[in-house]
Design a protein around this ligand. Structure first.
Ligand SMILES: NC(=O)c1ccc[n+]([C@@H]2O[C@H](COP(=O)([O-])OP(=O)(O)OC[C@H]3O[C@@H](n4cnc5c(N)ncnc54)[C@H](O)[C@@H]3O)[C@@H](O)[C@H]2O)c1
Length: 359
């Protein structure tokens, strides 16, 4: 019989409902349980699952109902799409119940929570990842292949950001962001930059310095053990055009995605816009090409989510490590607290823990 990954989803708000729709459409996945605080949200999810032909779904609502979902004996993978405050608590419990977990961004809100994720994954032998979809951006995937082919020479510096005008948003995220002193949402910018610098493999993040302007624009500079650096920006409060920067400076080339896709090989003509994008994406590997084609055929609204989801389901089915390890999830999320600490200390450097050294 064909194997399917049995999934439970906790948190059925904006992102959680979109997650239900995405995974319900994946042939190798089967959502068998959902949980939310609010009964109406579980009902909406049930209707959507029915519409997509999934009839056998356990419904859990209420504040503690997620614990029952984590105990469901058939669930292999728990997807956590609640607000930030509950991510780690839920992920730890799910792993202790023998489930693999995938947590929305950021996976944790403090260094202490980051360690909890790492320790629980090691103690239980479960896989824990973060749903950092920007690591599956089609431009970034092309750049990663160019790096694998050695086209950049030495990469010394990267920039990443989350610049998104969300001034009209009045939900929990805007309140949490306005109380935060540093960069509350670092992983969209930091994840791709860390992958380009092989962080947690051949290099590691060692310290950061962070500075926030009165309008909450945050700049964080991160130093690596090999003397390379990352600039990370956060701005949700100005009319600035959307950007995640995705900039890389290397000895043989310069590449950026935002605000204008740009590719400059040393000594060659400058490529910008569609020309740069097409060139970068011409380096995609066969699997990425296949997933992009599939996604386009299925008319998915967001290719990076589709690539991420399909790769995650395949890794669960094949018992392979997840692309984004628990160490990556912990490290990238830890900048949430550490950037605020640096700001509060008057922009002093703050050490970044090495989560791979967990003994
Ligand atoms: N990767 C992306 O591009 C992206 C985009 C949007 C949001 N997100 C992330 O997704 C997560 C959710 O964001 P959102 O905008 O959907 O928030 P939301 O407020 O719309 O949804 C959160 C849901 O969690 C539910 N919830 C809260 N506590 C619960 C509990 N104890 N048990 C069960 N359900 C509970 C709420 O009832 C709500 O329905 C956040 O981590 C956010 O950062 C990621």
């Amino acid at each position: 019989m064909e194997q399917k990954v049995k999934i439970g989803i906790i948190g059925l708000g904006q992102r959680g409902m979109a997650t239900v729709e995405r995974y319900a459409a994946i042939h190798e996945a089967e959502i068998i349980a959902v949980s939310d605080l609010i009964e109406g949200n579980t009902e909406r999810a049930r209707q959507e699952l029915l519409r997509q032909g999934h009839t056998n779904v356990s419904i859990h609502y209420g504040e503690h109902s997620w614990r029952a979902l984590c105990q469901h004996p058939e669930i292999q993978l728990v997807l956590i799409c609640t607000d930030w405050s509950s991510h780690t608590r839920m992920a730890v419990n799910a792993m202790q119940q023998g489930k693999d977990v995938a947590i929305e961004v950021p996976a944790a809100t403090s260094v202490e929570e980051c360690w909890q994720l790492v320790h629980t994954a090691l103690e239980t032998g479960r896989r824990c990842t973060m749903l950092e979809n920007c690591c599956y951006d089609t431009f970034h995937l092309g750049v990663m292949q160019m790096k694998a082919q050695g086209l950049f020479g030495e990469i010394n510096y990267c920039e990443g950001a989350y610049i998104h005008d969300l001034r009209s948003d009045q939900g929990w995220m805007s309140y949490t962001v306005s109380d935060h002193k540093g960069n509350p949402y670092p992983t969209h910018g930091l994840g791709p930059a860390c992958q380009l610098l092989d962080i947690n493999h051949t290099d590691r993040l060692v310290s950061l310095v962070s500075m926030s302007a009165t309008n909450k624009i945050n700049n964080t500079l991160i130093q690596t053990a090999l003397g390379r650096s990352i600039l990370l920006q956060f701005d949700e409060r100005t009319p600035r055009p959307y950007s995640r920067m995705q900039t890389l400076c290397a000895t043989k080339a310069y590449v950026q995605k935002y605000p204008l896709p740009t590719l400059q090989f040393d000594g060659e003509p400058l490529l910008t816009g569609t020309e740069a994008e097409l060139r970068v994406e011409s380096y995609h590997d066969a699997l990425t090409r296949q997933l992009i084609e599939e996604g386009r055929r299925m008319k998915v609204t967001n290719l990076m989510n589709y690539i991420m989801d399909r790769r995650l389901i395949t890794a669960v089915l094949q018992g392979k490590p997840f692309d984004i390890s628990v160490y990556d999830a912990a490290l990238w999320s830890s900048v949430t607290e550490l950037s605020a600490l640096s700001v509060q200390l008057g922009n002093k450097p703050v050490a970044i823990p090495d989560f791979t050294q967990s003994n």
